[in-house]
Design a protein around this ligand. Structure first.
Ligand code: ATP
Ligand code: MG
Length: 326
């Protein structure tokens, strides 16, 4: 019997012969889990068949994992849900005030989105989290590594060294537990995210970063005619991320750009890019603004946090409280 959910091979599913199996693997679906979390449309695309039979395969995959006790049941009692929430952990950000805004830090089982203008600190927060997530739990970390999916080519290992050393940590050890994945276009990003479960397990990652989530799709899908397709693909992307967060109890952090909304007369005319698709999937959205050397973080969308904002700063040491260097 398979030890973990990842070890369950596609052969276990009725209706998957060698040919189908190969097609699925070629399409990036290489395990029963991969199939269970796939969308009918995409399985259909991979197999070139009817969506109905794709749905059946996905259903069988889920059933199989459930019958093996490897996956949470679809229907759970609120008491069980509470238990699952109790397994939820948080990663400190390096700034006490930013942690307070997040009620303790970045949560597992959720997607946290940081959005803001260029230079507002999104990438710096991601770098700091790569270090803090490795701290032991009594220091606010998860004692595990990070996977950093870089779509903008702005990942800098030197920054990890600086941030780690500022915290008195062994920089070499920190670097050993951060896995970088550079992606070059939207197809590549989708493919990488599809195959992530394997790497989360392999590298004992407790944090997954996508910096940034929609820049590639935004750059490639230009013009009104392509919008629906773009949104559909972003939709499956973020929902897959959410499922990974839940299944593996990891924190998923994504960054996003802002787009200006010229028809706003009052308040801030900027919005995170990606529209409703991103808005619905992200559990927490934090708006970052530059204010001189300081940063203002505002929590704009959360199922349980009150609307509030706070200030912190970005220094050589990463994310810090403003008082830290006074
Ligand atoms: P973009 O949308 O362009 O990706 P971003 O929100 O990711 O922007 P960051 O790269 O996180 O922006 O922030 C860049 C800012 O972080 C710099 O302008 C600088 O103020 C600060 N910063 C970066 N590195 C250091 C450092 N070593 N010491 C102090 N501040 C730094
Ligand atoms: Mg950036």
């Amino acid at each position: 019997m398979a030890e973990t959910v990842l070890d369950v091979g596609l052969d276990n599913i009725k209706g998957i012969g060698p040919k189908t199996k190969q097609k699925l693997i070629d399409g990036g679906i290489d395990s029963v889990l991969g199939l269970a979390v796939a969308l009918p449309k995409e399985v259909e695309e991979v197999l070139g068949g009817k969506e109905e039979s794709a749905s059946k395969l996905i259903f069988s995959a889920r059933q199989h994992l459930e019958s093996q006790g490897l996956l949470g049941k679809e229907f759970i009692l609120a008491s069980e849900a509470l238990q699952k929430r109790k397994e939820m952990k948080r990663i400190v950000t390096g700034s006490k005030s930013l942690d307070d805004l997040l009620l303790g830090g970045v949560e597992t089982q959720s997607i946290t989105e940081f959005f803001g203008d260029f230079g507002s600190g999104k990438t710096q927060i991601c770098h700091t989290l790569c270090v803090t997530c490795q701290l032991p739990s009594d220091q606010g970390g998860l004692g595990g590594g990070a996977i950093y999916v870089d779509t903008e080519g702005t990942f800098r290992p030197e920054r990890l060294v600086q941030i780690a050393e500022a915290k008195g940590l062994d920089a070499n050890e920190i670097l050993q537990k951060v896995v970088l994945c550079k992606v070059y276009n939207s197809n590549h990003l989708e493919l990488v995210v599809r195959g992530l479960s394997r790497f989360i397990e392999k590298f004992n990652a407790r944090l997954l970063i996508i910096d940034s989530i929609i820049s590639l799709h935004r750059a490639e899908f230009i013009g009104r005619g392509t919008l629906a397709n773009r949104q559909q693909r972003l939709n499956s992307l973020v929902h897959r991320l959410l499922r990974l967060a839940e299944i593996f109890n990891i924190a998923v952090v994504v960054t996003n750009q802002v787009q200006s909304k010229p028809d706003t007369f009052f308040g801030d005319p900027t919005r995170p890019a990606g529209g409703n698709v991103i808005a619905h999937a992200c559990t927490y959205r934090i708006y970052l603004k530059k204010s001189g050397p300081q940063r203002i973080a505002t929590i704009v969308d959360s199922p349980c946090h009150p609307y509030s904002d706070t200030r912190f700063q970005i220094t050589e040491n990463g994310v810090e409280d403003i008082s830290a260097q006074k």
